[in-house]
Design a protein around this ligand. Structure first.
Ligand SMILES: *Cc1c(COP(=O)(O)O)cnc(C)c1O
Length: 800
C-alpha cells in the first residue's frame, strides 16, 4: 500500500512554483502574463504533484505483478481537469489562495480551460467517471482512447436553429498530457491475405502510426493514479521530399494529412449508426494500438501469452472496440502461432463487453464487403469465430450468429468473444436478456450481468457544488467523498429544521449564481425563487424534449386563459446538442427556441414562466446547471434509456426527479423512496402493448383537450409567425405516428407536474424530499459501479 505524501503544499510554496512555471515554461513575467499563462502555470504546478503518486502506482503494479484493467472506449467526455485535480490532491483551497495572492481571479483561471470534449454524451462521460473511480479505488489500469484533434462540435443558435462549429481544444497547449513519441505502433488497413503453408499473412495496403499521449488520472486524496493513453495518428511517411522539391507542396504534405484524418474528428452521433469506412478505421486504429500496447507490456514482464487472462482484463465500452476479439485472435494465431481454439478461448476469458443501447438504429453492423476490404484478415477470423461458436453450440438457431445478410453484427461479435456482457441498469439488463440477446443468453446462462452506472461524487458533488459539500462535511464529517453510502448519515438530520434550512440555502445560493449567469449570457431575467425545471442531455426523440416543450406550451396557455389563477413561477431550462444529421431532433431544438422567444416576450406572463436554452451544453455547463436545479426531467419513453447518468447527478445534488420507469430511474426511485420521486407514464411493457394499436396517437390526442389545443397553436404558427407552416410536419407526425408515445404520456406528465407544483409550494415538504434524495443516493457512486466490475467481470483487487 502506498500512501504518498500528498499533504497540500503551503500557499507560499505553490505560489513560487506557479511563478517558476510562468517564467520558465510560459516565458512570461507576472506583469505581462495573460489568464491563459496563469492557468498554464497553475496547471503545471498542480501537475507536478500528480507525477510522484503516478510513478509510484505504476511501479507498484509492476513490482507486484498485478492484473491490469484496460478500458477501451471511443469516447472520454472529460471536461476540465484543473479543479478536479486540485480537489483530488486536497489542494483546492491552497491553489485558490495562491493564485489570488498573485492578483488573479480563481474562477476566471479555472474557467479559462477548454473542456476536453472527446465524447458525445453519457457513454463518454461514464468512461471519464470510471477512470476517476479506478484511480480512487487503486484499480490498476489504463484507459485507451483516441486523441481527437477536434472533439464534439460547438453548438450555436441562428434564429433558433442549431449551427455547428468545429471544436478546437488543442489549439492551446494541453497541460495534462505527456507526448510519448517512443510509444508508437504501425497499424495496417486493407491489402490482402496470403497463405504461407498453414499460416495466414496479412499484407496491409495502407499503414499509419499510432502515437501515444498519456494523461495521468489522479484518484481521491492522491493515493493512486492511472493513465489515460490516447492515440494520435501520424503518417508512416512523414513528407514527400521529392514532390516538394518539384514544387508540388500540397501533394508533398498529402500522406501526413491523410493519416491524420484518422484522429481528426470525433463522430458527433451516439444514437444512430452509419456504416462509414472512416469510422471503422478509427475503431480498428484504437483497438489495434491498445492491443499492441497490452501485449507488449505483458511480454515485457516475461509472461506467457497463455496466461493473458490472469494479468489482463479488457473492457469494451459498447461495441465500438469490438474488433478487439478478432484482433486478439489474429495476434495470438498469426503472429504468435497459437492454435485457433486456444486463442479464441484466451480472448473470451480476457474480454468483457458493456452494452449501452437497445435502439436498433444504434447497433453497429458492418457490411461484409466493407469489413472485408478494410480488414481482410479480420473478416476471415470473424467467420472462423462464428463457425467455432456454432460448432460448440449446435443448437444455435439458424437466425442467430455474427455474420447474417452480408453484415457483421458487432453486438453478437462482442457477446460471443466476451466472458461477461453487462447492461448498465437493472431494467436494461433484463431487456438485454429478454429482447436483445435471448438466444445467446440461453446458450450462455450467467454471461449477462448487471452493473448499474454511477458517477463520481468528487466531480459531481464536491467540485460542482461547494456549498452542499461543505454542509455535508459539516454535518457528517469529511467521510463521504470516497464512501458515498455514508451520505445516509444525513438522514437523521433531515427532520432537523436548521439542517433543511441550510440545505435550501445552499441550493438558493447556486440558483442565484445561475440566475446571474443566465442574465449575463442569455439576456433573460429569471427569479432565483422560481422552480428551476431542467432537462439537459443529448436531444433525441426518445428522450422526449418534445413532451417537455409541449407541456410548457400547455402551462403558458393556462396562464393566458386564466390570468387570475395562482401560479408558482417556473423557469424551464433546456440544454443539449443534436447530431448534425438528425433533422427531427434539430426541429425540436428550433421549436424550443421559438417557444422561448414567444413566452419570454409575453407581458401577460411576466415572471411566472420563462424558457431558457443556453447553447453548447457540455460538462462544464452541467456542473453549473445541475447544482442549481430543483427538478430533474428524466422523461424518456420507457424501455429506451439504457441507464442515464444525468439523472444520478441531479438527485445527488438535491433535485427531485420527474420521470418514467426507465433505465436507472427505476433504481433511483427505489433508493430515494417512491414518495420522493414524481413518477408518471407508461411502463416498458405498456409501451410495447400500446404500440400494437396503430391509432394510439390519434386516440391519445383526442382524449386530451389540452394537447389538442397545444398542437393546434403550433400548427397555426403561433410560435413561427414568419413561417406558419414551419411545424406542420412535426404536428402531422404527432397525429399519425408518434413512435415515442408523447401523446400517450402527455396528460400523465401534466398531472405529475401539478404534483410538483403542490410540493414546491410546501417548502417544508419540498426540502425534506430534496435532502432525502441527497442522503439516499450513495448507491450511485461510480466507486460502487467499479467495485462491481472488479468483482464480477475483471477479477481484480484494489492495490490500496
Ligand atoms: C452526464 C452527462 C450526460 C448524460 O446525460 P443523460 O441525461 O444521462 O443522457 C451527457 N452530457 C453531459 C455533458 C453530461 O455531463
Amino acid at each position: 500500500m502506498i500512501v504518498k505524501d500528498v499533504s497540500a503544499p503551503t500557499v507560499e510554496t505553490l505560489r513560487s512554483d506557479i511563478l517558476h512555471h510562468l517564467i520558465y515554461a510560459m516565458g512570461k513575467d507576472a506583469d505581462h502574463a495573460s489568464v491563459y499563462d496563469w492557468r498554464m502555470a497553475l496547471s503545471f504546478a498542480i501537475r507536478d504533484r500528480i507525477v510522484t503518486p503516478w510513478f509510484a502506482a505504476t511501479k507498484q503494479t509492476w513490482d507486484q505483478g498485478r492484473k491490469r484493467v484496460y478500458y477501451l472506449s471511443m469516447e472520454f467526455l472529460i471536461g476540465r481537469m484543473l479543479e478536479d485535480a486540485a480537489i483530488n490532491l486536497g489542494m483546492r483551497a491552497v491553489a485558490r489562495e495562491a493564485i489570488e495572492s498573485l492578483g488573479q481571479d480563481w474562477r476566471a483561471v479555472v474557467e479559462d480551460e477548454p473542456d476536453a470534449a472527446l465524447g458525445n454524451g453519457g457513454l463518454g462521460r461514464l468512461a471519464a467517471c470510471y477512470m476517476e473511480s479506478m484511480a480512487t479505488l487503486g484499480c490498476a489500469g489504463y484507459g485507451y482512447g483516441i486523441r481527437y484533434e477536434h472533439g464534439l462540435f460547438k453548438q450555436g443558435f441562428d434564429h433558433g436553429r442549431q449551427v455547428e462549429a468545429p471544436e478546437d481544444w488543442l489549439k492551446q497547449r494541453h497541460p495534462w498530457e505527456f507526448e510519448r513519441p517512443e510509444v508508437a505502433y504501425e497499424i495496417g488497413f486493407k491489402g490482402g491475405v496470403e497463405k504461407q503453408g498453414g499460416k495466414s499473412v496479412w499484407h496491409p495496403g495502407e499503414t499509419v502510426i499510432a502515437e501515444a499521449f498519456d494523461m495521468p488520472i489522479i484518484g481521491w486524496q492522491g493515493r493512486w493514479a492511472n493513465t489515460l493513453r490516447l492515440w494520435s495518428a501520424k503518417s508512416t511517411q512523414i513528407f514527400d521530399l521529392a514532390r516538394f522539391n518539384h514544387g508540388d507542396y500540397a501533394a508533398a504534405a498529402e500522406p501526413e494529412a491523410l493519416a491524420r484524418t484518422l484522429s481528426r474528428v470525433l463522430y458527433p452521433d451516439d444514437t444512430t449508426y452509419q456504416g462509414k469506412e472512416l469510422r471503422l478505421k478509427q475503431e480498428y486504429f484504437l483497438t489495434a494500438a491498445a492491443l499492441h500496447d497490452i501485449i507488449y507490456r505483458h511480454q515485457a514482464a516475461g509472461l506467457s501469452l497463455a496466461d493473458l487472462p490472469k494479468y489482463v482484463a479488457i473492457q469494451m465500452n459498447d461495441t465500438h472496440p469490438a474488433i478487439a476479439g478478432p484482433e486478439l485472435v489474429r495476434i495470438l494465431t498469426d503472429l504468435h502461432g497459437m492454435p485457433f481454439d486456444q486463442a479464441i478461448g484466451i480472448a473470451v476469458e480476457t474480454l468483457g463487453y458493456t452494452n449501452h443501447t437497445l435502439l436498433p438504429e444504434a447497433l453497429e453492423r458492418w457490411a461484409t464487403y466493407l469489413m472485408g476490404a478494410v480488414l481482410p484478415r479480420h473478416m476471415q477470423i470473424i467467420e472462423a469465430i462464428d463457425a467455432w461458436h456454432l460448432r460448440n453450440n449446435p443448437s444455435r438457431p439458424h437466425y442467430v450468429g455474427i455474420v447474417k445478410h452480408q453484415e457483421v453484427r458487432m453486438g453478437e461479435l462482442a457477446f460471443i468473444t466476451s466472458h461477461k456482457v453487462n447492461g448498465v441498469s437493472a431494467l436494461h439488463t433484463e431487456l438485454i436478456k429478454q429482447n436483445l440477446f435471448p438466444e445467446l443468453n440461453k446458450l450462455h446462462p450467467g454471461r449477462i450481468v448487471n452493473e448499474t452506472n454511477g458517477v463520481t461524487p468528487r466531480r459531481w458533488i464536491r467540485a460542482a457544488n461547494k456549498d452542499l459539500s461543505y454542509l455535508i462535511s459539516d454535518t457528517i464529517g469529511d467521510v463521504w467523498e470516497a464512501d458515498l453510502d455514508r451520505l445516509g448519515e444525513l438522514e437523521k438530520h433531515v427532520e432537523d429544521k436548521s439542517f433543511r434550512d441550510a440545505f435550501a440555502a445552499a441550493k438558493h445560493k447556486n440558483k442565484v449564481a445561475l440566475s446571474n449567469w443566465i442574465g449575463e449570457t442569455q439576456g433573460v431575467k429569471v427569479d432565483p425563487a422560481a422552480l428551476f425545471d431542467v432537462q439537459v442531455k443529448r436531444i433525441h426523440e426518445y428522450k422526449r424534449q418534445l413532451l417537455n416543450i409541449l407541456q410548457t406550451i400547455a402551462e403558458w396557455n393556462e396562464i393566458r386563459t386564466n390570468p387570475q389563477g395562482s401560479y408558482l413561477p417556473r423557469v424551464k431550462i433546456f440544454g443539449g446538442k443534436a447530431a448534425p444529421g438528425y433533422q427531427a431532433a434539430k426541429e425540436i431544438i428550433r421549436l424550443i427556441n421559438d417557444v422561448a422567444f414567444v413566452i419570454n416576450n409575453d407581458p401577460y406572463v411576466g415572471d411566472r414562466l420563462k424558457v431558457v436554452y443556453p447553447a453548447n451544453y457540455n460538462v462544464s455547463m452541467a456542473e453549473r446547471l445541475i447544482p442549481a436545479s430543483d427538478l430533474s426531467e428524466q422523461i424518456s419513453t420507457a424501455g429506451k434509456e439504457a441507464s442515464g447518468t444525468g439523472n444520478m447527478k441531479f438527485a445527488m445534488n438535491g433535485a427531485l426527479t420527474i420521470g418514467t420507469l426507465d433505465g436507472a430511474n427505476v433504481e433511483i426511485r427505489e433508493q430515494v423512496g417512491a414518495d420522493n420521486f414524481f413518477l408518471f407514464g407508461l411502463t416498458a411493457a405498456e409501451v410495447m402493448e400500446r404500440r400494437k394499436d396503430p391509432e394510439h396517437a390519434r386516440h391519445a390526442i383526442l382524449a386530451s383537450q389540452s394537447l389538442q389545443d397545444v398542437l393546434q397553436m403550433i400548427a397555426e404558427g403561433r410560435f413561427s409567425p414568419d413561417e406558419p407552416t414551419r411545424y406542420h410536419g412535426l404536428v402531422h407526425n404527432m397525429w399519425h405516428s408518434d413512435y415515442f408515445l408523447v401523446a400517450s404520456d402527455f396528460d400523465a406528465f401534466r398531472a405529475a407536474q401539478a404534483e410538483v407544483d403542490a410540493a414546491f409550494g410546501d417548502p417544508e415538504r419540498w426540502w425534506r424530499m430534496a435532502a432525502l434524495n441527497t442522503a439516499r443516493m450513495g448507491f450511485f457512486s461510480s466507486d460502487r459501479a467499479i467495485r462491481g466490475y472488479m468483482a464480477d467481470i475483471w477479477g481484480t483487487e484494489s492495490a490500496l
